[in-house]
Design a protein. Sequence first.
Length: 113
Amino acid sequence: QAQFVESGGGLVQSGGSLRLSCKASEFTIGHYTVAWYRQPLGKEREMVASISFLGDTEYAASVKGRFTISRDKTLNSLYLQMNNLTPEDTAVYYCHVLQTQVWGQGTQVTVSS
C-alpha cells in the first residue's frame, strides 16, 4: 500500500528554520506530482508547494522566497525547507500525491513569536 511517512516538525522561534521530510514507500515519487499542504487550527487545508514529475515547482504566494520544495529520487523522499518562519506558518503540514488519496500522517509545525 502506497504511503508517506513524515518527519521534521517541531517548535521554532520566529525567524528560524525547519526542514520537513516525507519518505515514500510502495511507489516512486519521481513518477508523480507531489506537494506539501498545511492546515492551521480551525482553517482549511491549503497547498504550500508542489513539484511535478518533470521537476517544475510552484509555491503559494505566502511562502514564496522562504520555502523550498525538493525531492531525492535515490531516497524516494520529498522535502520542504522552511526559512524565516513566522507565527502565521504554524500548522499541521502534510505531504500528498496529487490526484490520489495518498497523504502523509501530518507533522505539527509551531512558530513562536
